[in-house]
Every structure is written in structure tokens, then in C-alpha cells.
Design a protein around this ligand. Sequence first.
Ligand code: CMP
Length: 140
Amino acid sequence: AIERTFSIIKPDAVAKNAIGAIYARFEAANLKIVASKMIHMSKEQAEGFYAEHKERPFFAALVEFMTSGPVTVQVLEGENAIVKNREIMGATNPAEAAAGTLRHDFAESIDANAVHGSDAPASAAREIAYFFEDSEIFSR
Ligand code: CMP
């Protein structure tokens, strides 16, 4: 089915000048960028976005990193978009990410891991709504 998923290009990949290279990977996989913007998250915004990880030992470092510089947030649309985007991204830990995946090619560490992508339909819906109004999404 045609799905939408939510994606972030994290501060490390933005700093590396890799936005275009990563967008090209999405497009090559037939994922359409139907919403896109650059933002610099506040602490509150990052804490709310990652609320499910609040009790994890890496939470403070995660929020610190995600607020360390600008990111791009985007909505990707396409057949099986949620799973397809996770395949393109590769494993959370770049040391375990398969060759040819975004994290293998662009990420340095489990914290600075280049991209985020929704893991399930419910989180995709929540994450899209967290950063985008309906009027900012251009289905095509
Ligand atoms: P992301 O998909 O953005 O969701 C939560 C983030 O926490 C994850 O990517 C990683 O960058 C970061 N993180 C740091 N340590 C861990 C860990 N041990 N397990 C999972 N995620 C971690």
C-alpha cells in the first residue's frame, strides 16, 4: 500500500553537506518527498519528539545531539514507505549497518547516525503530525 513515513536528516549529516545525497537516495528508491523543511529543534521539541525514550540512559545525549544544529524534516510517500525507508537507512548502529545503506555511508556513531525514520504506522502518523500541518504536505 502507499504509505507515508517521517524522516529526519540529523545534525551530523546536515553538517557534512549530505542533504542532497540523502534526498537522492530516497528518490532513487521511489520515495517521494511530499513535505520538507529545515529546522533547529528546541530542547522541548526534541524531548517531546523522543518522549518514548525518556527513561533510556542515552536520552539526555540524544536530546543534546538533536539540538546541536539544524536538521531537515521530511515526509516520504510511496509503496511500503515505512519499511522501505528503514531498509535504506540501515541498522541504528552504523557499525552494524549494511553496505550501501545511509548509516553505513554517512554515519559516525550510534548517536550521530545521520537519519531517523519512523518504525511503524502509528509512530509515522504521530511523528508527521508533530512537525507538519496537513497544509504543508503535498501528496502527488
Ligand atoms: P533514532 O532512530 O533517531 O531514535 C532514537 C535514537 O537514539 C537513535 O536513532 C540513536 O541515534 C540514539 N541512540 C543512542 N544510543 C542508542 C541505543 N543504545 N539504542 C537505540 N538508540 C540509541
